[in-house]
Design a protein around this ligand. Sequence first.
Ligand SMILES: *Cc1c(COP(=O)(O)O)cnc(C)c1O
Length: 352
Amino acid sequence: MSYESALAARLVPYVPGEQPKGRKLIKLNTNEHPYGPSPRVKQAMDEAMARLRLYPDAEATALREAIAQVNGLRPEQVFCGNGSDEVLAFAFAAFFSGKKLYAPSITYSFYPVYADLFGVMYEPVPLHDDFTVDVESLCQGGPVVLANPNAPTSLFLDMQAIEKLAAYTKEKGEVLLVDEAYAAFAPDNARRLLDRYENLLIVRTFSKSHGLAGLRVGYAMGSPELIASLRKVRDSFNSYPLDCLAQAGAREAMLDVAWTEETVGKICQTRDRCIARLRQKNVPVFDSATNFLFVKADATDAKHVQEALRERGILVRYFSGNVLCRYLRISVGTDEEMDRMTDALLDILGKT
Ligand SMILES: *Cc1c(COP(=O)(O)O)cnc(C)c1O
């Protein structure tokens, strides 16, 4: 006997990475930013404290203006939500409900969860053997969602391929949703395609590149028509997804472009140095256009490697499932953290 609705009973929720309490661990399991947000964020949030009595700006106007300015868009082309997870959820409801949605078989594991919640028929399309996205096979007449760079593979798909998907879905009258959570760490992004494809929606987050995972702010960029649909769904659910502190802090983080560039540059340097060291010891690591490494840690199952790292105080992400279980996803931390992780991993793998 259960009180759950048929809908709730059917749900298989997303399982987030562990946020440990107490014990001091090197935390490389949820792709957080090792250096934190621009120092300007705190001051902006302190000032916003004076406005707590009032409801926040439902349209997050100042934040959207900042995002638009930095990306060369108009504010009506920007939508903000409580983390990009929420923006993705609204997009699934607005553009995919009742439709067949095509997605790479290995990608962000929240997509099938939203599909279930919003009555979307989710169609996973196998990747090529080397884990690159099979663009041709995603073109089957319906809307398409993908993360670029992809997670957890850390691989980047070039803009020729993204444009092909944008053109194909546009011809079919469907939306192409590109989740660019890791775009700041990649060689290119789909921003310029927005000028030609009104069916393209790009979703980004302040969690990975702006050091604000705890503030919960994400955004979408697209044509005013797509943005209006997202607002419609939001206002059918929660008119104030972003509180006034989040709006003020994220705005300042967006405007401090120098801080983002400097810290993202540092993370990319650490990443590339760490990949080179692992490869030198013959540990298979994918090319990464993100702030994490995708490492083949065992020929059959890497769970024991994850556990051995944990015993040494280092948290990394393991995914069950018959393909992904051989790999570990390891977030890029500081140089010191990555040196300690690499020493431990090489020791565990017997490759010192
Ligand atoms: C981290 C991540 C998100 C979620 O970001 P939030 O803004 O923190 O909700 C979305 N998509 C991908 C691919 C991610 O890796």
